[in-house]
Ligand binder design. Structure first.
Ligand code: PA5
Length: 390
């Protein structure tokens, strides 16, 4: 199971600090009960309560997409996008069908790049939006719907569209029902950034060749195995960020392929904690690349940040760099936290996803904010819709 440690230089040596006393067990137990009872806490029991019928449907759809298409265009933003991209990029699995992404910005250049890459190849579309009304994916979906109709005709096009959205409401839901798209549900009790293990992430990951059974197994094992470590990590970051005024947490990974996992972490913590003027600002770096750029600031810039190294199992050379960074940054006056996942594969990422979801929810609760809403994001969406006269 994942191991969390907090190291400090003591008498010139790097030592792991005993963290048992940093966790207030009574508060942790109360917070865990609150999360389990929360109307948006459905992700907590998900790995062990997975609907077998849903999993079969996901695998069948993935097989059909793989048989029919060289590309799957995944349209979505934020929680409807980052989690599956993080796992796909990290594991780089083998599949005849390549997953490409659209609708995660309003850039026409990015959209054109995807269209150009697909060219004349066969493709299908997975449009993912819980609300079914988010502007960026809606615009990209209109474009790809037209492309599907141009290529396959009005009759065949809907059979190549997979809509992952609310079970009962929303523009996308209504259209999917009317047009007969294959539908997958984002459960009511699971919000975007906690939804990677639902159909939101599972369908694209299955198409890309990720072993989704193993991913779920890793997450299911984490349900029992990581609670203690997640609590220690949450309390440590709360103590540093909340009581000692360290404003920023820098997630550091030594595996370039985990860049999108860093992005998912930034979203998870930023959107869950950053409210009521609370939280720790989540930033991320990829080492050793960024040691030659951000490394200077980390070593010697303002001392208002702490660093959380995600120490993925890796080769010997990388391990040496990890130790060197721990010692150098500790010496430079930065609190260094370290997380060691058990493996770099589907099970390891299942474990890691569950660990961070749990740690983030506990941490947000310690900061006294609701981990599951995002009023700031909604505010932006409302303002944009006003400006567009919608
Ligand atoms: O985590 C969240 O809730 C957000 O990041 C949403 O996932 C994001 O805003 C996209 O929303 P939707 O899935 O409704 O299109």
């Amino acid at each position: 199971m994942i191991k969390f440690s907090f190291t400090k230089i003591v008498n010139g040596e790097l030592r792991a600090i005993d963290l048992e006393n940093s966790v207030n067990q009574d508060i942790t137990t109360r917070v865990l009960k609150e999360i389990a009872k929360d109307s948006m806490g459905g992700w907590l029991a998900l790995p062990k309560k997975y609907d077998v019928g849903e999993l079969v449907k996901i695998k069948e759809a993935a097989k059909k997409i793989q048989d029919e298409s060289e590309y799957l265009v995944c349209i979505g933003i934020g929680g409807s996008y980052l989690g599956h991209r993080a796992v796909i990029e990290a594991l780089n699995p083998k599949s005849e069908t390549k997953v490409v992404y659209a609708g995660n910005s309003l850039s026409k250049r990015e959209l054109d790049k995807v269209i150009e890459e697909i060219g004349d190849a066969d493709f299908s579309v997975n449009v993912i939006s819980k609300s079914g009304t988010t502007l960026e994916p809606a615009i990209a979906f209109e474009t790809f719907k037209k492309k599907l109709i141009e290529k396959y005709g009005e009759k065949e096009a809907p059979s190549r569209i997979y809509a992952t959205t609310d079970a009962k409401k929303g523009t996308l839901h209504d259209e999917a029902v009317a047009e007969g798209y294959t539908r997958f549900v984002v459960p009511d009790n699971i919000g975007g950034r906690y939804s990677v293990l639902t159909a939101v992430g599972m369908l694209p990951m299955a198409v890309a060749g990720v072993n989704i059974d193993k991913l779920l197994e890793g997450a299911a094992e984490a349900m029992e195995g990581v609670v203690g470590e997640a609590a220690k990590y949450a309390w440590t970051r709360y103590t540093l960020g909340g009581e000692k005024n360290y404003d920023t947490e820098v997630f550091a990974s030594f595996e370039p392929a985990t860049m999108y996992f860093n992005e998912w972490l930034k979203q998870l913590f930023g959107e869950s904690e950053g409210k009521n003027k609370q939280g720790v600002f989540p930033a991320a770096v990829i080492y050793s690349t960024d040691l030659h750029s951000m490394g200077q600031y980390m070593q010697d810039g303002r001392r208002d940040l702490f660093e959380t190294i995600i120490d993925y199992p890796t080769d010997e050379m990388n391990e040496k760099v990890v130790r060197a960074v721990e010692i150098a940054h500790n010496t430079g006056g930065i609190p260094v936290l370290s997380l060691k996942p058990s493996s770099y594969d589907e099970e390891g990422f299942g474990e890691l996803i569950y660990f961070f979801e749990l740690a983030c929810a506990i941490s947000a609760k310690l900061f006294g904010v609701n981990p599951f809403d995002q009023p700031g994001v909604e505010a932006y969406k409302a303002e944009l819709n006003k400006l567009l006269g919608n």
